[in-house]
Design a protein around this ligand. Structure first.
Ligand SMILES: Nc1ncnc2c1ncn2[C@@H]1O[C@H](COP(=O)(O)OP(=O)(O)OP(=O)(O)O)[C@@H](O)[C@H]1O
Length: 374
């Protein structure tokens, strides 16, 4: 199976230097608090678009006192462990920029890695996803969409850009040029509908992926998108929704100018998850139930991705096992095996991973070093 076979780190958080080979199985990292387990997962997550699983500034990722950092992975099989090499480097004079390379050759950016690897993650920072503001849920959905559909990044960026220009025009010192507003609203309508359509495709793929999960181990979930465009696309043709959105924007100029921002559009949409066994919205569920729903969603996303492309799937699951009872830990281990993905799992205690047995390569993490457990 194609998987991460080697990880190299230079000056990444608590790691001065690491060069670790893996045998292609999932990887279990255990060690005390602060030993560097999450740092390692974060380093891998930086080989994907965005700011990684902590959404951190690169200046925080860089080891204190160093002036740059580097992360590299080799993806490959038993026969050829170094089939593809992906790396990023951040260095002066542009320390907030990642230079991406594929097989040593400069790449346009971390977006280029999507052709070689699909990554998803779940961390304790996402535990409040269902109770916090809609922006976190949109980000969760958009990240998932991005791993399936690269055009989503362009459509989102085009939408944001046009929206910001329109906001500036509406709130500027001079009265805005109506022709400019029409151009920007046309761009917003076009890209906004593309964003909404991509999110709908992800939600549908999540629902399909969820059905395929082993019955009973994770709670039943329903995923619905709330938003003018997403709901419109469920019943009308994209061209009609686009025209209606453009009309709303044109009619809402005064209202948006007063508010200082656009009051309608995909930047206001939300993702609603329902625990179907309890017929309750996820936000009302217990902490453990919410965690199980979240894990289910991430696994469903991975299952959808696996059906769609032939790049290796990497799941970074930070402190997930600790939240699951023994039955669910065993189910998680089975599902990961069925999905054929390589998971990197962390936890403070090795016993949490008994269910993995020989399915995973286990390491003890301590102050920037990894020691394989026998
Ligand atoms: N930029 C940095 N430079 C040097 N060390 C850093 C940097 N950022 C974080 N650290 C150190 O990394 C350690 C935290 O590592 P990490 O979050 O990976 O721990 P962990 O093993 O996941 O712990 P826990 O079980 O508590 O979640 C802290 O001791 C912190 O001081």
């Amino acid at each position: 199976m194609t998987a991460i076979r080697r990880l190299t780190l230079q000056n990444v958080r608590s790691y001065a230097a690491l060069d670790q080979r893996f045998d292609g199985r999932s990887v279990v990292l255990t060690g005390p608090n602060g030993s560097g387990k999450t740092n390692l997962l974060e380093a891998i997550s930086l080989l994907s678009p965005g700011r990684g699983l902590r959404s951190a500034r690169l200046s925080d990722v860089r080891r204190q006192g160093a002036d740059g950092f580097g992360v590299g992975v080799s993806l490959g099989t038993d026969a050829d462990p170094d089939e593809t090499r992906l790396s990023i480097r951040s260095a002066p004079p542009r320390p907030e920029r990642r230079e991406a390379r594929v097989d040593g050759q400069p790449a346009s950016g971390p977006g280029a890695f999507l052709d070689h690897v699909a990554m998803s993650w779940l961390t304790p920072a996402q535990d409040r996803l269902f109770v916090e503001g809609a922006s976190e849920r949109r980000r969760f959905l958009d990240r998932m969409t991005l791993t399936q559909d690269r055009a989503h990044a362009q459509a989102s960026a085009a939408y944001e850009h046009a929206m910001r220009q329109r906001n500036a025009a509406l709130t500027g010192p001079r009265s805005p040029d109506p022709r400019l507003l029409t151009v920007l609203e046309t761009q917003m309508a076009e890209s906004g509908v593309a964003v909404a359509a991509a999110r709908r495709a992800t939600a549908a793929a999540l629902a399909r992926g969820y059905e395929g999960l082993r019955e009973g181990a994770f709670p039943g979930a329903e995923v619905a998108l709330e938003g003018f465009l997403e709901e419109g696309l469920a019943i009308r043709a994209a061209s009609d929704v686009e025209a209606e959105f453009q009309e709303r924007l044109a009619n809402g100029r005064r209202r948006d100018a007063e508010a200082g921002r656009a009051l309608t559009g995909p930047h206001r949409s939300d993702l609603h998850v329902t625990h179907t066994d309890k017929a309750q919205p996820a936000r009302l569920c217990s902490t453990g139930e919410q965690k199980a729903l979240l894990i289910g969603l991430v696994l469903a996303g991975a299952a959808a991705r696996r059906d769609q492309a032939d790049v290796p799937l990497i799941l970074l699951l930070d402190e997930v096992a600790a939240h699951l009872d023994q039955h669910r830990r065993a189910a998680l281990s089975d599902i990961l095996e069925q999905l054929g993905c390589q998971a990197f799992l962390t936890g403070t205690d090795a016993e949490l991973f008994d269910a993995w047995g020989a399915r995973a390569q286990a390491f003890a993490v301590s102050e920037g070093t990894l020691t394989e457990r026998g």
